[in-house]
Design a protein around this ligand. Structure first.
Ligand SMILES: NC(=O)c1ccc[n+]([C@@H]2O[C@H](COP(=O)([O-])OP(=O)(O)OC[C@H]3O[C@@H](n4cnc5c(N)ncnc54)[C@H](OP(=O)(O)O)[C@@H]3O)[C@@H](O)[C@H]2O)c1
Length: 416
């Protein structure tokens, strides 16, 4: 491992334009036969450094964001990502996860126009064919059949010394951002930026209350200062006072401690038909609503609810959302089979909006905000390359420390 890292450092320091790219690299891989909890599923292997195509770049990864896709891929549920990626490219029997990174361009394909060898870049997780007619017509790559998440549905992700990426995934890394912040800003920051700004009629407006589930997690801790910066009133939901106090430091007006409630989960027929159980469900939600008013200092409901726990929280999200407001959902950590009391949806003219990832323009807009002097960047927990499976395991068990997580992979040019 160390020898391999030395060799790549030499290439940077020597400014030989990476002409000595090694044939092999270290990577954390997943294979179909060993899927399961992250700590067991990932194996460190020496694999070939990938070849690149005409539209692709080879990146020397300095830091890799560690996010929840690495958990889903390890579990192999709801889909076996090791098999899915084979749909998009040359067949490999392993998958290298990791869907965001910061690094240095060390090779470019002949169709790449905006990047050259030696450029410092942020690699974001969305891959698609830029010539796809759907993308050209709609401007929304998520609608394209070629759309996939790099390091999950596309191979050669960021949990490796080198990654293969498309030009559409790269943006120039601003000097103001550390390698660590740059690596961990797109999957969460870009996604929440899209959630808050993309959905016409429900874009965040000044003075709007936004309820942020998992305020101390990756998405939540990226959302809180951003909402504040955009003039909104972020209120976090967390599972401990410690996490809640930390969210306040990030800019949350206050927090709801969800461990003080026990009405979570699906709304079953059984619950609905049991008068006492339904009353209790209602009472808990009314209490949360009252707490929101108290924290916000006004009798207004959240115009936007940032949803990602899914199954366990969706019924409350719809109930707590303002009339004509939006519950915008980008994940379902607690389960995919959600439930709703549909009356709250239609009687309150509420919107339940699915949202997925952020475009490179979202990440650029987000980066332009967070690179400003004095912006309260959320904490980034920094791990060693060796510790990626352990960090993912903690994430899976909701034991991860606060904020985003990244792993340092290569040596920073300024440290050489
Ligand atoms: N579609 C996309 O583009 C996209 C992008 C990023 C993330 N995601 C998805 O969003 C989800 C969260 O990602 P993340 O990076 O924020 O993960 P994270 O850093 O692990 O944070 C998740 C947070 O969810 C909260 N949580 C856990 N169990 C909960 C429950 N039963 N009820 C309510 N809250 C619960 C936890 O906060 P407390 O325990 O303190 O409440 C935790 O801090 C994942 O499923 C991920 O795959 C999707």
């Amino acid at each position: 491992m160390l020898e391999q890292i030395k060799e790549t450092n030499y290439n940077i320091r020597n400014k030989t334009a990476f002409d000595e790219i090694p044939e092999k690299m270290y990577a954390w891989t997943l294979r179909s036969e060993s899927l399961g909890e992250p700590i067991e599923a990932y194996h460190k292997e020496l694999v070939d450094v990938p070849d690149i195509g005409d539209d692709e770049l080879l990146i020397y990864n300095i830091a890799s964001g560690i996010n929840y896709n690495g958990v889903w891929a390890a579990l192999g549920k709801p889909k076996n990502a090791v098999k899915t990626h084979q749909k998009y490219e040359k067949k490999q029997d392993f998958l290298i996860c990791g869907c965001e990174s910061s690094g240095i361009v060390c090779k470019v394909g002949k169709n790449v126009t905006d990047f050259k060898v030696g450029d410092e870049v942020i690699c974001i997780g969305i891959q698609y064919d830029k010539n796809c007619e759907v993308v050209k017509k709609t401007g929304d790559p998520r609608l394209s059949p070629s759309f996939r998440i790099w390091g999950y549905e596309g191979n050669f992700g960021a949990f490796a010394q080198y990654s293969k990426v498309l030009e559409v995934q790269c943006i120039h890394k601003p000097k103001e951002l550390s390698w660590e912040s740059a690596a961990g800003c797109s999957a969460t920051g870009g996604t929440v930026y899209n959630m808050l700004t993309h959905w016409k009629g429900n874009e965040l407006q000044k003075g709007d209350i936004v309820l942020v589930w998992g305020g101390a997690g990756g998405l939540g801790s990226s959302a809180i200062p951003l909402i504040r910066e955009m003039g909104g009133i972020p209120i976090a939901v967390v599972s401990s006072d410690k996490r809640g106090e930390w969210c306040k430091k990030l800019g949350a007006y206050g927090y709801i401690n969800r461990s003080e409630y026990d009405h979570w989960g699906i709304l079953s027929d059984e619950l609905f038909n049991d008068e006492n159980a339904y009353k209790k469900w209602l009472k808990n939600n009314l209490k949360i609503r009252k707490d929101i008013y108290k924290i916000a200092g006004k009798k207004e409901d959240p115009k936007i609810v940032l949803e990602h726990p899914g199954r366990d929280t969706l019924p409350s999200s719809i109930f707590l959302c303002a009339k004509k407001g939006m519950v915008v959902l980008c994940g379902a950590t607690t389960g995919y089979l959600g439930s709703l009391d549909l009356r709250y949806l239609w009687l309150g003219i509420r919107r339940l909006q699915g949202s997925h990832a952020g475009f490179s323009t979202d990440v650029e807009s987000y980066v332009n905000i967070i690179k400003r002097d004095g912006y309260p960047l959320p904490k980034v927990d920094v791990y060693d390359f060796e510790d990626i499976p352990m960090c993912l395991q903690n994430m899976y068990e909701n034991k991860k420390l606060k904020g985003n997580a990244v792993a340092i992979i290569g040596k920073k040019p300024e440290d050489q």
